[in-house]
Write a protein that binds this ligand. Structure first.
Ligand code: IFG
Length: 481
């Protein structure tokens, strides 16, 4: 069976000869070679060996030596890892993370190994999956299962859109009322600190970063349940209507609250990136409130609410920058005020999204593309090709501007998704984006050539316990083995 068929995303370079080596299931096992710098105790590779061992169905996989050239005192050398095996599949990884990625490839080669030389690395550094745990609560197990599937697809960022309008499941130590009043259920539909730590460590062992998003000033209804004076009271004909809008940007107490919340979030989530949201802010409530209007005058914003939104976001970005975090915001923030500021922009709106990418890159800001990969939107059943025929750099720009496109993200929003349908709705369609974000575009632009490979890979996902939906008519070989 041509091994090329097995591997998804396609490696950057792959040459296999007809020379075959039998793979003896009884001698195969994972281990650290004598002269290897990385030794038992390197948590990332130790756990990867365990995972791959069971994925191989117990077939042992000998690593005759793991030669890490990294600093002697590191248990996981951070560079130059050469993984070679008795079956002549040599894997040179720049980092531990590369070794984790690389071992997948060999697992896909099956029981007879053609002498193979694989050179591989990701085209884009940011390859994300967004899950929304506010519109529907997702049990930790469901999140971990998604992390497994992400690792099989070489996604490396879990964008955790953890809270939003309907519910606040994140259990804050600083502000426990946020979840006790704002979660769908204060005991069952929350993520405790240990749940969060579990997700972060599970992700790390698979080379996946956890990017938390606390979206504001919009999408914050649930925040108001447990925090008085945080949201803007909306007015109707001059008196409070009893409803609330976005976070109130006119009160100093708002920024004191946000500073304390992001102080906690920055320590709970170790990643250097943090997502601040900023999308879909409805100005009507701000416009109806006399105190907001007075504040606008005082600040010299006139009646331009985009300036108020910009002022608010700038303040929050300053809070997180002071916490040494790099902020990511939705494109609305950039669209409101094209000022070059210290944040990255996630492009999500439909339409000419490459026009937006070009604007952001021209402004010198890093950009993440999500628009073509909104998989929560109901689409035609055969739409995997829609997510494959995406060309993130097909805009007029200099090389320097194109380098600012650091990657893309598949968004699985939760309005119509919970633990019952997340996996088949996400996979294998997201695998189409995985290959677009990992592989060489020139070698992966033909849908007809990709189709059999993706069908095969989808069967592999199912074999590994990922309930990935079928792409079209057909079957998986393992159904009758
Ligand atoms: C940045 C963004 O996408 N904001 C909203 N847009 C529509 C989505 C559903 O497709 C979600 O409701 C999401 O909260």
């Amino acid at each position: 069976r041509s091994p090329q068929l097995d591997i998804w995303p396609l490696p950057q370079d792959f040459t296999s000869s007809m020379e075959q080596y039998p793979l003896n299931p009884h001698t195969f096992h994972f281990g650290y070679g004598k002269q290897s710098v990385a030794q038992r105790g390197c948590s990332v590779l130790d756990s990867a060996f365990k995972r791959y061992f069971s994925l191989l169905g117990g077939v042992k996989f000998m690593i005759s030596h793991l030669v890490g050239v990294g600093e002697k005192n590191l248990q996981c050398p951070l560079k130059q890892i050469n993984v070679s095996t008795k079956v002549k599949a040599v894997l040179n990884a720049e980092t531990v993370w590369g070794a984790v990625r690389g071992e997948h490839v060999r697992l896909l080669l099956g029981y007879f190994v053609n002498k193979t030389e694989i050179v591989d690395f990701p085209r884009f550094q940011f390859r994300g999956i967004l899950l929304d745990t506010s519109r529907h609560f997702l049990p930790v197990q469901t999140i971990l299962k998604t992390l497994d599937a992400m690792a099989y697809n070489k996604f490396n960022v879990f964008h955790w859109h953890i809270v939003d309008d309907p519910s606040f499941p994140y259990q804050s130590c600083t502000f426990p009322n946020l979840s006790s009043k704002g979660a769908f259920h204060p005991m069952t539909h929350i993520y405790t600190q240990s749940d969060v730590r579990r997700v972060i460590s599970y992700a790390r062992l698979r080379g996946i970063r956890v990017l938390p998003e606390f979206d504001s000033p919009g999408h914050t209804s649930s925040w108001g349940k447990g925090t008085s004076n945080l949201l803007t009271p909306c007015y109707r004909s001059g008196i409070p209507s009893g409803t609330f809008g976005p976070v109130n940007p006119a009160l100093p107490s708002t920024y004191q609250f946000m500073a304390r919340l992001f102080q906690e979030v920055s320590s709970v989530f170790p990643d250097s990136f943090i997502h601040l949201g900023g999308d879909e802010v409805d100005f009507s409530c701000w416009r109806s409130n006399p105190d907001i209007r007075t504040f606008m005058q005082k600040m010299g914003f006139g009646v331009d609410f985009a300036k108020l939104q910009a002022f608010y976001m700038e303040s929050i970005v300053n809070i997180t920058s002071a916490l040494k975090k790099t902020s990511i915001v939705w494109q609305d923030v950039f669209d409101y005020h094209k000022r070059v500021s210290k944040y990255m922009v996630e492009v999500w709106r439909a339409g000419c999204y490459l026009c937006e990418v070009r604007k952001v890159a021209k402004a010198g800001l890093r950009v993440i593309l999500a628009s073509p990969w909104y998989l929560d939107q109901p689409g035609p059943t055969h739409d995997w090709a829609r997510y494959y025929t995406v060309w993130p750099l097909a805009f007029k720009g200099t090389d320097k501007q194109k380098k600012l496109v650091i990657g893309g993200e598949v968004c699985m929003w939760g309005e119509y998704v919970d633990a019952t349908n997340l996996t088949p709705r996400l996979w294998p369609r997201a695998s189409a984006a995985a290959e677009r974000l990992w592989s060489d575009e020139r070698r992966t632009s033909n849908v007809d050539q990709a189709f059999p490979r993706l069908q095969d890979f989808r069967c592999k996902l199912v074999r590994r316990g990922i309930q990935a939906e079928p792409l079209y008519i057909g079957h998986c070989k393992h159904e009758f083995q």
